[in-house]
Design a protein around this ligand. Structure first.
Ligand code: HEC
Length: 103
């Protein structure tokens, strides 16, 4: 009997652990498209600051000039989530990445 209870408990724990956590979905769709991204100098500069502070917590500054903005968009979707950026900050960092990616 005890064995069965333990077994059921184990299943419950595994099931719970595998349930996807509800978190705000930041995806590629959240990153403004090439035409919607801001070209404002102040916004780009704010994004530059975020890029050198928040985006360097896990790795050095990535050579974004190597990639086009469209290539970077899905990566950015994942990265802004890792960096826990706010909606405003997402707009700023996207503006910086857009301005400095491969043309
Ligand atoms: C919580 C950690 C973390 C944060 C914060 C973070 N990244 Fe990353 N990033 C990673 C990891 C892990 C990888 C994959 C391994 C690697 O390339 O270093 C990666 C890879 C990348 C790549 C390269 C993808 C490729 O194909 O080589 C780019 C570009 C990038 N990050 C940009 C950013 C930007 C921009 C930000 C800020 C918005 C950011 N990252 C914040 C962890 C992070």
């Amino acid at each position: 009997m005890k064995k069965i209870l333990f077994f059921l408990l184990a299943i419950a724990v595994i099931d719970f652990a595998c349930t996807p956590k509800a978190s705000p979905a930041v995806t590629e769709a959240t990153i403004p498209s090439g035409t919607a991204v801001s070209n404002d100098a102040g916004t780009i500069e704010a994004g530059h600051v975020l890029f050198t502070t928040k985006c360097t917590q896990c790795h050095k500054e990535k050579p974004i000039r190597k990639w086009t903005y469209e290539k970077l968009r899905p990566v950015l979707g994942a990265m802004v989530r890792k960096a826990k950026l706010t909606t405003t900050e997402i707009g700023q960092v996207s503006a910086y990445v857009h301005a400095n990616s491969k043309k």
